[in-house]
Design a protein around this ligand. Structure first.
Ligand code: CTP
Length: 400
């Protein structure tokens, strides 16, 4: 919910600008107050009248208009907002933001603001991949500008690739996360692992598992939504990087451990990744050829580091709350209780992955929360619901 939150929407000139109308409708439906700034190019795609009708407010357009500036100066526009959102963030506007150019109302507000800024880029794939844009995005990210999208798909220009603006629904989710700053976990740092790991055999082959990453990603989103500054360390998945979450991509278990250690200190760590227990003892430097008399190769395996156990034993750097997952097919709670003790973590979220449960790769989960106090059975629910409930429990742990 966004009740009482004030969003200053900057609508710039790109074909995706039409989505800003749907965005305003959704934001207002969630209780947000929306005020719009429309650039000159933006007005080529969206009429001021439609924005005005949907925001039920005046639409701000001119830097030097006597009425705009006397009723509501550019400083006041930013002061009256909790968050600035740029849709679509064109290559041109991103370049201006990076360089600090203020030559119209939108760019001046963006230069004058001390509020968080979320941008939803949209442009042709080659513009998105141009080194100038890549560099601009890098610098803006470092300055704390939040990004949602772009996604990959067919574009209005007839090409395919990354550069398409996120859908209004995803932008709303990113706005909710960005505004989680006042939530119960604000000021806390969270670390979440997600997805499978890939253990290389040779330069082209690897050992992997079927983890989708859905549960881990959903937990990172839920924690960020409650205001935690969240790092997600993820193996390869088909999921997009969640908005408002710092996402680190790794492949192997050893890389995951390294990325997790670099993310410490953290107040809470949630290990939801399906880390491969073993890697190949030696990785071939060249592709293993099937020809010759040697026949199929024998793979010698070595044990991978246990990331959950390492975090739980990190001494002074140990997060105050360390949570693991257990995937069990039988005697779920007693196995999870034993795993909690063995790994030295505080809570175990035990999943029932018995055949027919549909948990692995599916959207639902049957969960038992095992802690020192005993075990709690949660009803079967969606992975997003499990994530929100777990995030709420984590918030209670820190606020109680
Ligand atoms: N885990 C980890 N690093 C590993 C293996 C597992 O961080 N190398 C974490 C998982 O992210 C999960 C928990 O440990 O939170 C449970 O892992 P699991 O593989 O189920 O436990 P095991 O100890 O391997 O026991 P078993 O496979 O025999 O059930």
């Amino acid at each position: 919910m966004l009740r009482g939150k004030r969003v200053l929407l900057i609508v710039a000139g790109g074909i995706a600008a039409f989505k800003s109308l749907e965005l305003v409708r959704r934001l207002r439906g969630r209780g947000a107050m929306v005020r719009a700034v429309l650039t000159e190019a933006g007005a080529e795609f969206v009429t001021p009248l439609s924005l005005q009708a949907l925001t039920e407010d005046k639409v701000y357009r001119d830097l030097f208009s006597l009425t705009d500036e006397s009723e509501m100066g550019h400083i006041q526009l930013s002061r009256d907002a909790d968050l600035l959102v740029v849709v679509p963030a064109t290559a041109n506007l991103l370049a201006k933001m990076r360089a600090g150019i203020a030559d119209d109302l939108a760019s001046t507000v963006l230069l004058a603001t001390d509020k968080p800024v979320l941008v939803a880029p949209a442009m042709n794939v080659r513009m998105w991949q141009h080194p100038a844009t890549v560099e601009n995005i890098q610098v803006l990210r470092q300055r704390g500008v939040l990004l949602v999208g772009p996604t990959e798909g067919d574009m209005a220009c007839g090409e395919f690739g990354p550069g398409r603006m996120s859908e209004p629904e995803e932008i709303v989710a990113a706005i909710e996360q960005a505004l989680g700053a006042g939530g119960p976990l604000s000021g806390r740092r969270a670390l979440v692992t997600s997805g499978p790991t890939w253990e290389p055999i040779d330069p082209v082959r690897y050992i992997a598992n079927r983890s989708s990453g859905k549960q881990g990603h959903a937990i990172a989103v839920a924690l960020a939504r409650l205001g935690a500054s969240t790092t997600l360390v993820t193996g390869p998945t088909r999921l997009a990087d969640p908005a408002g979450v710092h996402t680190v991509h790794i492949e192997s278990a050893r890389e995951m451990l390294e990325a997790c250690s670099a993310a410490l200190p953290a107040d809470v760590a949630v290990c939801a990744a399906a880390v491969a227990d073993w890697r190949t003892a030696q990785q071939a430097g060249q592709k293993i050829k099937k020809g010759g008399n040697a026949g199929p190769p024998t793979l010698e395996l070595a044990e991978n580091p246990d990331i959950l156990a390492s975090l739980a034993a990190a001494g002074a750097k140990r997060p105050g709350l360390v949570i693991g997952f257990a995937a069990e097919t039988e005697t779920v709670v007693s196995h999870a209780t034993e795993k909690r003790r063995r790994k030295g973590c505080d809570w175990i979220v035990a999943n029932d992955v018995s055949p027919g449960s549909g948990t692995f790769g599916g959207d639902d989960n049957t969960v038992h929360l095992v802690s020192e106090a005993g075990s709690e059975d949660w009803p079967r629910m969606g992975k997003d619901a499990v994530a929100s409930r777990l995030a709420d429990r984590i918030a209670t742990f820190f606020t109680a």
